[in-house]
Design a protein around this ligand. Structure first.
Ligand code: UGA
Ligand code: MN
Length: 253
């Protein structure tokens, strides 16, 4: 099966660093198709050149976040969901371009997380929806499914943040079988759900808790981390900008 890794991304000082780190991980994964969606009106040359020079199999799309849903610079990040429009655009591309008998798996790989190659091995044989632990998520060292020792099925999660959610897990903690996804035409993300309910919103169309396939050694291993990158302090750059100068004139950073 081909892994379709879906990555929303947006312009900011750390963008090229984030995408280079993720690209160089994905380049080591066999049979992977990267769907990267810029939160922008038009594709940027930064992203286009990174992809073109990499040799990776990819689809480069754009989709802007509607103005009323775009986070303002100082606004705290729990107020509005991120990546909704971009992930839905990628899912629509999948519905338009792939067929029910194509062998594949869909994974939402945000540009700032840290991925071990093992997470891709684990998800590749997903039959419906597979799940596994995510490090540094939801205010915990690890947020993970809890298995019933008798049946081996998922009986809940150890989540501390909004544990009442139908699927209290992070975007990085599950994958979806492609043919299964194509059969469920309503499965997508939505702006009209409460904060933290994006994962539950798509999964409610795709699986019951009992159908989830636990991976990563019965959910005892951490192969992906919900890392978040600190915004760099660029005071000196701003001083230069005031004088009409840049440290990086002509250099892509
Ligand atoms: C958490 C989850 O890990 C995300 O999957 C989820 O989308 C998000 O919460 C949410 O509540 O919406 P967090 O680290 O806070 O993640 O979110 P970001 O990593 O900042 O954003 C998720 C993705 O959307 C990233 O790939 C980012 O590049 C992209 N994004 C972010 C945009 O495309 N546009 C934006 O304006 C902001
Ligand atoms: Mn993130």
């Amino acid at each position: 099966p081909v892994i379709y890794a879906i990555t929303p991304t947006y312009a900011r000082p750390v963008q090229k660093a984030e995408l280079t780190r993720l690209l160089h991980t994905l380049m080591l994964v066999p049979n992977l198709h990267w769907i990267i969606i810029e939160d922008a009106e038009v594709p940027s040359s930064l992203v286009a050149n990174l992809l073109k020079n990499s040799g990776i199999t990819y689809t480069h799309l754009t989709a802007t976040t509607p103005k009323e849903w775009k986070l303002k610079e100082k606004e705290s990040n729990w107020k509005k969901p991120r990546g909704v429009q971009q992930r839905n655009t990628a899912l629509q591309w999948i519905r338009n371009n792939l067929k029910a008998d194509d062998q594949g798996v869909i994974y939402f790989a945000d540009d700032d997380n840290s991925y071990s190659l093992e997470v891709f091995d684990e998800m590749r044989d997903t039959q419906v929806v597979s799940v596994w632990p995510v490090g540094l998520a939801g205010g915990l060292m690890v947020e993970m499914p809890v298995l019933d020792p008798k049946t081996g099925h998922v009986k809940g999660w150890n989540s501390a943040w909004r544990p009442e959610r139908p699927f209290p897990l992070d975007m990085a903690g599950f994958a979806i079988n492609l043919s299964h996804f194509l059969k469920h035409t309503e499965a997508k993300f939505s702006f009209n759900v409460e904060n933290g309910y994006q994962e539950s919103e798509i999964l409610r169309h795709l699986a019951t808790r009992d159908q989830l396939e636990p991976k990563a050694d019965n959910c005892t291993k951490v192969y992906v981390w919900h890392t978040r990158t600190e915004a760099p302090k660029l005071q000196a750059e701003k001083q230069l900008n005031k004088k009409g100068l840049k440290s990086h004139g002509g250099i892509e950073v």
